[in-house]
Design a protein around this ligand. Structure first.
Ligand SMILES: Nc1nc2c(c(=O)[nH]1)N[C@H]1C(S)=C(S)[C@@H](COP(=O)(O)OP(=O)(O)OC[C@H]3O[C@@H](n4cnc5c(=O)[nH]c(N)nc54)[C@H](O)[C@@H]3O)O[C@H]1N2
Ligand SMILES: Nc1nc2c(c(=O)[nH]1)N[C@H]1C(S)=C(S)[C@@H](COP(=O)(O)OP(=O)(O)OC[C@H]3O[C@@H](n4cnc5c(=O)[nH]c(N)nc54)[C@H](O)[C@@H]3O)O[C@H]1N2
Ligand code: SF4
Ligand SMILES: [Mo]
Length: 695
């Protein structure tokens, strides 16, 4: 047995408890079967209620990914031109010594020299140890630039925090008891499978499911109704719902009076959004708005629980933050929070008392206040010269848990930045990704089967543990160990750089979670209140659901939420008449798994879904190669003429590796670096394009 809590299955076989590391709300509990030191199979832990023995198709392929013939198993040093992807093996000692020498030289250039070094990481693993512990200690001690990790959820996250007070909401399991579920901006079957299982239970018990999504997704197929609004118009739809709730008096006046702030001005604003106005903004029928309001309002009248599963898919547009604020107001209008099966869930991550300062040690900054770089504008920032406002030009980039060349917006700028000859780039990776192609050094990292970690979740409220199931492959090391050794090479002598991974695992939750329980079961249910806002008690400054936010008003922003049109809105002057969204492909996880052959085979080729009328208007045929373009770039892919698209909207399912695409690019060639209204997040789905036949 390779750990005291592995359970013998047969003589040479053990089963090891772990957690899925991926950026997915479900954070499944995983059991890995190990035979003679080799992980042969992963399956969902039946003892973990949310996982219920089920994993998604992607992660069922985890052994295939881990033993992939193209895994990087030794440190590599660039030998070819930048971006050529040519490397030769080098020893760990030489790699670490050279990297330390380069970083020291940059840091030595003036008192703020270290700010020219930028860490770039996101949620390749969501692990608290491999994602945000030793790495942060290292960069804090160094005094490197800080990174604002906005690429995914910060617009919605800030909106939720301003409105409800924290990133908390309904407990996912109680959706099974809801009578009405609005699945809003989420392709749950693809990206939130275990929520979908609860929604199915509710449906079998008679609940109605309504999907609000421009795309007729796999989830929309299975719902009772689908409202295919134009991208970025959710705020208008929420205002229209409020309008109908008000004029029909489908309101919980008592809840409004006791537990909300700013009802009068919000009411006034909503009254300027009759269904006709909403219909024209959202590109939907007036009757759809009326019917939706009636269903939602009926729950108020009959005191039945109405639930909203809001997800991040709808906040990747200019007004994404305001739209989330507006949707987050809705449950309070009808008193839906009174029920445990009513209210809203966007994220549950605020339920976890993670001791981040113990993990990340911001005290190592020792009074220094480095600048912060927004990860969503990496393209522009890599190309910025030194200036008094910006500080030093970025001279070194250390990338881990992320593949920015593929996933960051406005790829042309990102690639131009990475191609800078004077930029020193280190990439910690499992594979030679599009980003790793531009590295000076690639350092081999372990996968979740090979290292320790602990996890929180943004879709449930259980703390999770991951044990290593197998030894690190080749010369791979956990991120934590790589930063430990880099710290040593830099001469950082603080004792915290000696903490091992199990010590970090324990520090993550401190006293908040019984670590022995976590070791034994692989998860600990934190639970929390069943109906968190049944009696108000919102963790906002006022203790109420803040329709009006003093905090935002104090920043010079609108204190009340409003509908904000997309940056790239249709108008007569634009030559790009199609709105392009690029939601996740079901068998990839962002750009992870794109290189796993069996999963790529299911997705086929990079494609663009387009409504038959839009295709006919351009003389385009199904299966033909097309050029998708705007002022930022051109992207070639296969056209899929499909009823999944509404007229005027096209879908580039994402996120393909550029080098596995038809023309060495992907959809982010077209997306922009413009930011959202709140949270400084990217606006991937706020993007106008034109499409024509190639050649
Ligand atoms: N299989 C799979 N699962 C994933 C991921 C993945 O790449 N693949 N990614 C993970 C990550 S990082 C995240 S953040 C989550 C994302 O989880 P979700 O936020 O649920 O995102 P998606 O599943 O992309 O669903 C977004 C849906 O929103 C729709 N949409 C796009 N624009 C709008 C809009 O303006 N309004 C509305 N109402 N809908 C809109 C899209 O068509 C899509 O169907 O999923 C995670 N899970
Ligand atoms: N057009 C478009 N672009 C998008 C999106 C979209 O919907 N449309 N979605 C956006 C969203 S929501 C997100 S969250 C981002 C996601 O962007 P990223 O966070 O960059 O996610 P991935 O593309 O999955 O890349 C993660 C990388 O981390 C590596 N990795 C995994 N585990 C480890 C580890 O333990 N150590 C090390 N060193 N590396 C590891 C994986 O091999 C993988 O290459 O993409 C964004 N980009
Ligand atoms: S990606 Fe999501 S659904 Fe799939 S195993 Fe991981 S946590 Fe579970
Ligand atoms: Mo994300």
């Amino acid at each position: 047995m390779n750990s005291p809590l592995s359970h013998p299955l047969e003589s040479s076989s053990t089963q090891v408890l772990g957690a899925c590391p991926h950026d997915c709300p479900d954070t499944c509990s995983i059991i890995t079967t190990v035979v003679d030191g080799v992980a042969t199979k992963v399956r969902g832990n039946p003892a973990h209620p949310n996982t219920d023995g089920v994993l998604c198709t992607k992660v069922l392929r985890y052994p295939e990914r881990t033993y992939h013939p193209e895994r990087i198993l030794q440190p590599l040093k660039r030998v070819g031109a930048k971006g050529s992807g040519r490397f030769e093996p080098v020893s760990w000692d030489l790699a670490l010594q050279d990297i330390a020498t380069r970083l020291k030289a940059i840091a030595a250039q003036g008192p703020d020299g270290a700010q020219a070094i930028l860490p770039y990481s996101y949620a390749g693993t969501m692990g608290l140890v491999q994602g945000e512990s030793m790495d942060r200690r290292f960069f804090h001690r160094l005094g490197a630039s800080l990174l604002n990790r906005t690429i995914c959820s910060s617009a919605g996250g800030e909106a939720l925090t301003q409105t409800l007070g924290a990133k908390i909401g309904m407990r996912v399991e109680f959706f099974a008891e809801s009578r009405l579920i609005l699945i809003w901006g989420s392709n749950s079957i693809a990206s939130n499978l275990h929520f979908w299982r609860y929604a199915q239970q509710a449906k079998r018990a008679g609940a109605k499911l309504i999907c609000i999504d421009p795309r007729k997704s796999e989830t929309a197929d299975k719902c009772d109704q689908h409202i295919a609004l134009l991208p970025g118009t959710d705020g208008a739809l929420a205002l229209g719902l409020m309008h109908e709730l008000i004029v029909h008096d489908w309101l919980d006046h008592d809840y409004l009076a006791q537990h909300t702030l700013g009802w009068e001005p919000l009411r006034e604003r909503a009254l300027s959004w009759p269904p006709e106005r909403v219909a024209s903004v959202c590109g939907i029928e007036v009757d759809q708005i009326r019917a939706l309001a009636k269903d939602y309002g009926a729950c108020a009248a009959s005191r039945q629980p109405a639930a909203i599963r809001l997800n991040y898919g709808m906040q990747r547009v200019h007004g994404g933050g305001n739209a989330v604020r507006l949707v987050a107001c809705l449950p309070a209008l009808i008193g839906a929070w009174r029920h445990r099966a009513g209210g809203l869930l966007l994220s549950s991550s605020g339920a976890f008392a993670v001791n981040r300062s113990a993990l990340q040690r911001p005290d190592l900054l020792a009074g220094r206040t480095p600048r912060t770089i927004n990860m969503s504008t990496l393209g522009d920032d890599l190309l910025r010269a030194a200036s008094p406002g910006f500080g030093p030009a970025i001279a070194a980039l250390v990338v881990y848990n992320s593949n920015p060349v593929a996933i960051a917006p406005d790829s042309a700028r990102v690639v131009q930045g990475f191609a800078r000859e004077d930029l020193f780039t280190v990439v910690l990776e499992h594979f030679q990704t599009d980003t790793a192609d531009y590295a000076d050094y690639i350092l081999p990292a372990t996968t979740q089967l090979e290292h320790w970690d602990v996890h929180a979740s943004y879709g449930h409220t259980d703390a999770m543990l991951n044990r290593p199931a197998i030894a690190p492959r080749g010369l791979a090391k956990p991120n934590s160990q790589i930063f430990r050794e880099l710290a040593n090479a830099m001469g950082f002598a603080e004792p915290c750089f000696a903490d091992d991974d199990q010590t970090l695992c324990r520090a993550a939750y401190g006293e908040a979670v019984d670590f022995e329980q976590l070791l034994t079961h692989g998860f600990v249910r934190l639970g929390g209140a069943e109906a968190p806002f049944a009696h108000g008690k919102f963790p906002t400054p006022s203790g109420k659901c803040e329709f009006f936010s003093e905090r935002l008003a104090a920043r010079g922003l609108d204190g009340l939420p409003d509908y904000l049109p997309n940056h790239e809105s249709f108008n007569a002057s634009t030559c790009y008449p199609l709105a392009m969204i690029s939601p996740p492909a079901r068998n990839f996880l962002n750009s992870s798994f794109v290189n796993v052959d069996s999963l790529r085979a299911i997705e086929g080729e990079p494609l663009l879904e387009m409504h038959p009328d839009d295709a006919a208007a351009r003389g385009l045929r199904n299966g033909q190669t097309v050029r998708v373009f705007n002022d930022r770039g051109v992207y070639c892919c296969k056209l899929q003429v499909s009823q999944r698209a509404r007229v005027g909207v096209v879908h580039g399912l994402s996120v393909w590796w550029r080098k596995l695409g038809l023309d060495g690019s992907n959809v982010n060639e077209l997306t922009s670096q413009a930011l959202t209204d709140l949270g400084q997040a990217p606006t991937f789905y706020d993007c106008l394009v034109q499409v024509q036949a190639q050649g």
